[in-house]
Design a binder for this molecule. Sequence first.
Ligand code: CU
Length: 119
Amino acid sequence: MRLLTPFLMVLLTFPVVNTVALAHAVVTDHTLRIESVRANTAKKVELAFNSKVEIGLSQIFLVSKGDKHTLLTLSKGEKKGYVNVDIPALSPGDYALRYKIFAADGHITEDVIHFSVKP
Ligand SMILES: [Cu+2]
């Protein structure tokens, strides 16, 4: 029993950890993958999450050259878990969206999506 206990703990912990991880808001799709962002043209990008998102508690920053962060405006997307973000007109170059998404379950997910603006 002494030896078995650690094994049982591992077996019991794994499914629980898995379930919790699945409950977090994770980007499953976003329109930046499909369409490119044109230079000097403001654009609305839709991000799809696998969980209901609390818009008011979530933040998306535009990261530009020199690690400059700009807070972007978010709005509710058409479907559950969809968030629209307004990307301002940008000059050609490499950018990223750094997001902190607050899921309905109270967890925060942070990640970065890279994209480039073509001339
Ligand atoms: Cu969670």
